[in-house]
Design a protein around this ligand. Structure first.
Ligand code: CTP
Length: 442
């Protein structure tokens, strides 16, 4: 028994090891060895690309069965290799998984033996992507990963570190020992992946099991977690035709709501945006003003494990909106505005133990000043996480696809720089999920 997994947990388990064509394929050799050391019966399946990086003979020598490389022909010893592999498997592990593979698997395109096997199997699947950071962060890849997670595939977050060609960043295949230990952990607990038939919120013993996104750990779904997300900019009426508004589009809140839903959370979206909301919302509340938003939020907040205030809420509203259209008159015009409720601060005061509270800080600042403003709002509002955004730049901010942001928590500052709002959503949901209590849903 090696140090790869807890003793006996892989013993007798039939594991299909899928290997895709990337430089990290060399680590799959070590993964194969560790799987067999841990007692697993390994059936290696290499894509055509993988055979250009690593030798079939190496895997055949280490594994329990000869390598299979194709659905038909010399790379396939039996007539229907995908169905026989799929039926016998206790688990399928794909390491490394390339962007091409993620795309084919998410789209259900069985263009090779590996994807065909995955489509035919009902066994738990652990996928370990490895690629350059830019590819990992590309919206197409993010979408494919979200799709797979929603369907119950376990997707391990890549590590940060040295990548092919000497580049540095996130996208590195976790160390073989970590991959094998993760598979052992998933199988050893006897859980099938969340989202697979028969496994629902009730069967997850604690939201702690829903921890997501730490490098080197599988991202588990947020099944059983209730999330409340606000999005868009509120509009305060001045008269029947005019309002006081802001430039928020709702894109960031929608990306967060979609990410939470993709991981299986039950999401209530309270939106002040006119853009159609993402799919998969459990409940949708459309509001216009800050006071309508406050009412909708307070009605849903008590039941929520995670609350994300991504909306740009007006700080002031007209004291007495005119009942009829205000006519122009010579000279300056004076409006009397009164403060609205600070919903996030009120949530901070009212929240129940264990609830994770996330706010935003829209600022026209960058660097240390942005972090300082984020920290100040974290304290002032009693939040656990604040996403401090620089909304002043030309490329990022309201209405754009990109955001220039840092995420501030009590112990951590995560600098994201200029990122796609969907990438920001993934990182934020990872961090929020890690703050959920380890046991019991309060
Ligand atoms: N927020 C809120 N209710 C308000 C105003 C803001 O809940 N009436 C929330 C926002 O949804 C966001 C956070 O508070 O999560 C910070 O909003 P922001 O507009 O950046 O800050 P303000 O608190 O309004 O302070 P200032 O405008 O002075 O920066």
């Amino acid at each position: 028994m090696s140090a790869a997994g807890p003793a006996g947990e892989l013993s007798g388990k039939r594991v299909v090891l899928g290997v895709c064509g990337g430089i990290a394929a060399y680590k799959a050799v070590e993964i194969c060895r560790r799987l067999t050391d841990a007692g697993a019966l390994v059936s290696p399946v290499l894509t055509r690309g993988a055979t250009r990086f690593v030798g079939e003979l190496t895997f055949s020598a280490l594994a329990d069965e000869p390598v299979r490389t194709s659905l038909l022909g010399p790379g396939s010893p039996e007539p229907s290799p995908h169905t026989s592999l799929a039926r016998r498997a206790d688990a399928v592990l794909v390491a490394p998984a390339t962007a091409r593979f993620l795309g084919s698997y998410a789209a259900g395109i069985a263009s090779d033996l590996l994807v065909a096997t995955l489509l035919a199997t009902r066994a738990p699947v652990l996928v370990c992507p490895a690629m350059h950071t830019e590819m990992w962060e590309h919206p197409a890849v993010r979408d494919n990963v979200a799709t797979l997670r929603r369907r119950g595939t376990w997707v391990m977050e890549p590590d940060e570190g040295r990548l092919a060609g000497g580049d540095m960043g996130r996208g590195r295949l976790p160390e073989p020992a970590a991959v094998v230990a993760e598979l052992a952990r998933l199988l050893g607990r006897g859980e099938s992946a969340p989202g697979r038939p028969g496994v629902g919120a009730e069967n997850l013993t604690s939201p702690g099991a829903a921890l997501a996104g730490r490098a080197g750990q599988a991202v588990l779904a947020l099944a059983g977690i209730r999330a409340l997300v606000t999005a868009g900019g509120t509009r305060e009426p001045l008269d029947p035709v005019r309002y006081l508004g802001n430039r928020s589009s709702g894109k960031q809140g929608y990306a967060i709501a979609a990410e939470l839903a993709a991981r299986g959370a039950h999401v209530t979206l309270v939106t002040a945006s006119e853009v159609p909301p993402p799919e998969g919302m459990a409940a949708l509340e459309r509001v216009a003003t800050a006071s309508e938003m406050a009412a909708a939020v307070h009605a849903a907040a008590d039941a929520a494990h995670i609350v994300v205030m991504a909306a740009a809420v007006a700080d002031y509203t007209a004291q007495s909106p005119a009942a009829t259209k205000i006519k122009k008159s010579p000279g300056p015009m004076v409006l009397t505005l009164v403060p609205t409720e600070d919903i996030l601060a009120e949530l901070g005061r009212r929240r129940r133990p264990g609830q994770v509270l996330v706010g935003f800080a829209a600022e026209t600042a960058s660097g240390d000043r942005l972090v300082a403003l984020g920290r100040a709002k974290l304290e002032a509002k009693g939040a656990d996480l604040i996403v401090a955004n620089d909304v002043g730049g030309p490329e990022a901010g309201f209405g754009q696809d990109l955001s220039s942001a840092v995420i501030v928590s009590r112990g951590q500052v995560v600098e994201l720089g200029l990122v796609d709002k969907r990438v920001l959503a993934t990182r934020l949901v990872d961090m929020a999920a890690q703050l959920l209590p380890a046991s019991g849903r309060s």
